[in-house]
Design a protein around this ligand. Structure first.
Ligand code: AGP
Length: 612
């Protein structure tokens, strides 16, 4: 949450900052601001409440701010309401230190009280103003340079942060520090960039450094020096980013979400190709050998949001194929529970961004318990990817829309592959069944593409239901996992209240909410559970519900019950989630558009949740 960008180089900083912030707006968008400095001149700050375009208008696309060094921020409010005064950057009264911050300083109140006693005053309600002034306090009290002042601050604060600071005494330089919040540093000829995420600087450079946890760096024009908490220099290798800049553009689509929905056949194909070699599942790149997998006696899947829904689907699949004990846990719960994990267990953390605070904390908990960890992650070099024992990268490419689509689809593929490989080494699957499944896995991209060809039908239906008050998604087994994701897509982008229920559970209370015209979406992709769910749908219809059925070709009698039926191509039952989710993504998208909402940046949300 919150996006930060910094630049020092030969060109004007503000337009570079704005262009980077535009790529990070998915991380927060309630206010924005920039601080820019020309040589050793005064620091100029401009802030604006609202979307980035307000800041762009206020600064004439950045050209009204002169200076070749600057820092910028787009905010997702934590401490203090969205307002111009709470927007970053924050600065000391005498303009000695100015900074932007992503994360949360948990002990900010205690630090604020300490600074108040030392004569500091505060104009905002933010924790960021506190941390900027704390750096200033140590800098002056001990008469030390930026590295030591920042290090002392890092030791004193609790919480998470990616900080970018400028000091009056160090023109042309940006000082950064990081703990648990993402940050990358890019270099090009004579220019250096810092950002919360790669797309912000992809237009300018693909050469990046990953700054480690509890490290600092000093950015100068075209160079960067890293430091550890003791102030000792740290050597780092440059990494070449392989995403191309176009991957992070809308490419003719009206919204990123629609573009990313359409990118699913490719994302799924790329991910399948990376995991299937010569007709076999190949996890070599993750380092998970047959010996390791054979030892595993328990799987715990930990994630948040849609990634958690992937985990729910994976739970059914692993249990069924590999006959192994599986639990799926919300990362925010897992981290504070005293889970009983088997020493021979495997903890799988699923995350698109690789930076979700709760998932990262859960990973660290698992590591503390000495349990082997596997990260299924999309963003290369992200914290979760770096800290896990094994990494399986999904190949979705950059995902910009807040509502995940293609990353979710590739995470499913990763889980299928792990589940099938576990089944193979545990000898719980017949070789010919496995071969058939691997063959079927490779057909999924084309089947997804076929569903997308028929999207107008969903669009028509979505327009009809764009004023719905409540929607219920029901299903059993894997169809329940599909319902969870369909419901989240609906509420996050269309703001329509929706709930996902295990179809058999609905009558234990929630069915009292079903009334005349309530839309109930029943997922019916699991042959064995099909008739049971149909019965539950009929129970809703008897109470006035309008029924949408989502099923595979061949189950024709759905039309006898449902008022509107959407068909997906047939596939192995274990893979049905990959197909059934597509119409539900489209439905959420089209309802959001019909309601005139900002699909890519839904209210109150941020793409990467780097706070608890
Ligand atoms: C889904 O559309 C979400 N935006 C959200 O639930 C997301 O899946 C969750 O925050 C986890 O993010 P991650 O995959 O980056 O860890």
């Amino acid at each position: 949450m919150c996006g930060i960008v910094g630049f020092t180089g030969r060109q004007q900083a503000a337009p570079v900052l704005l262009s980077g912030l535009a790529k990070l707006e998915y991380r927060g968008y309630d206010s924005a601001g920039m601080a820019v400095r020309d040589g050793d001149g005064p620091i100029e700050i401009v802030k604006a409440k609202g979307r980035l375009k307000v800041l762009a208008e206020k600064t004439n696309d950045g050209f009204a701010m002169q200076g070749d060094c600057g820092i910028g921020h787009t905010r997702w409010a934590t401490h203090g309401e969205p307002s111009e005064v709470n927007a970053h950057p924050h600065i000391t009264e005498d303009n000695n230190v100015v900074g932007v911050h992503n994360g949360i300083i948990e002990n900010y109140q205690e630090l604020k009280d300490k600074l108040l006693k030392h004569g500091y005053t505060f104009y905002s309600q933010t924790d960021t103003e506190v941390v900027v002034k704390l750096v200033d306090y140590y800098y002056k009290k001990y008469n030390i340079g930026p590295v030591d002042a920042i290090a002392k601050t890092m030791v004193r604060v609790r919480g998470s942060y990616a900080l970018a600071l400028m000091f009056r005494d160090y023109p042309g330089q940006i000082w950064v520090a990081r703990k648990d919040s993402p940050m990358i540093i890019g270099v090009a000829d004579g220019e250096t960039y810092v950002a919360s995420d790669v797309p912000a600087i992809l237009k300018y450079t693909r050469q990046v450094y990953y700054i480690g946890n509890l490290e600092m760096a000093c950015l100068d024009k075209g160079s960067v020096i890293f430091y550890d908490l003791n102030g000792e220099e740290v050597q780092k290798d440059l990494t070449e980013i392989e995403w191309d800049a176009e991957a992070a553009e809308r490419g003719g689509f009206e919204h990123f979400m629609m573009k990313e929905i359409h990118e699913q056949p490719k994302a799924v194909r790329d991910t399948v190709s990376s995991l299937v070699k010569n007709g076999c599942i190949d996890l070599t790149e993750t380092g998970l050998t047959e010996e390791i997998l054979r030892e595993v006696d328990q799987v715990t899947i930990v994630a948040c949001g849609s990634a958690y829904h992937v985990g729910v689907a994976a739970q059914y699949i692993f249990e069924d194929l590999a006959r192994i004990q599986v639990r799926v846990e919300l990362a925010s719960e897992f981290r504070y529970r005293r889970m009983l994990l088997s020493p021979k267990g495997l903890v799988i953390v699923i995350s698109q961004s690789g930076e979700t605070a709760d998932s990262l904390a859960a990973l660290r908990e698992a590591k503390k318990m000495n349990v082997r960890t596997l990260a299924i992650v999309n963003v290369v070099g992200s914290s979760i990817a770096r800290e896990a024992d094994h990494v399986l990268y999904t190949l979705a490419g950059p995902e910009i829309a807040v509502a995940t689509t293609k990353a979710y689809s590739t995470q499913l593929i990763a889980c299928y592959a792990v589940g099938m490989e576990l089944a193979r080494v545990r000898e719980t699957i017949a070789p010919e069944t496995l071969d058939g499944m691997i063959g079927e896995l490779q057909t999924l991209p084309d089947k997804i593409a076929r569903i997308l060809e028929d999207k107008e039908r969903i669009q028509w239906f979505a327009a009809k239901y764009s004023n719905a008050r409540d929607v219920f998604f029901i299903g059993r087994g894997l169809d329940y996992a599909i319902s969870l994701e369909g419901s989240l897509k609906m509420k996050e982008v269309s703001y329509i209240h929706s709930e996902a229920y295990a179809a058999g559970e609905l009558k234990h209370g929630t069915i009292s909410l079903v009334e005349e015209g309530t839309l109930v979406v029943g997922s019916l992709t699991q042959k064995d559970l099909y008739e049971k769910t149909i019965s539950n749908m009929v129970e809703c219809k008897s109470r006035g519900a309008y029924l949408m059925g989502l099923t595979s070709y061949g189950n024709y009698n759905v039309e006898d019950t449902a008022d509107f039926t959407v068909y997906i191509p047939r596939t192995d039952v274990h893979f049905a989630t990959s197909l059934a989710v597509i119409p539900l993504q489209l439905m959420g998208y089209y309802i959001s558009v019909a309601r005139g909402l900002d699909v890519d940046k839904p209210r109150n949300l941020a793409k990467s949740v780097t706070v608890e």
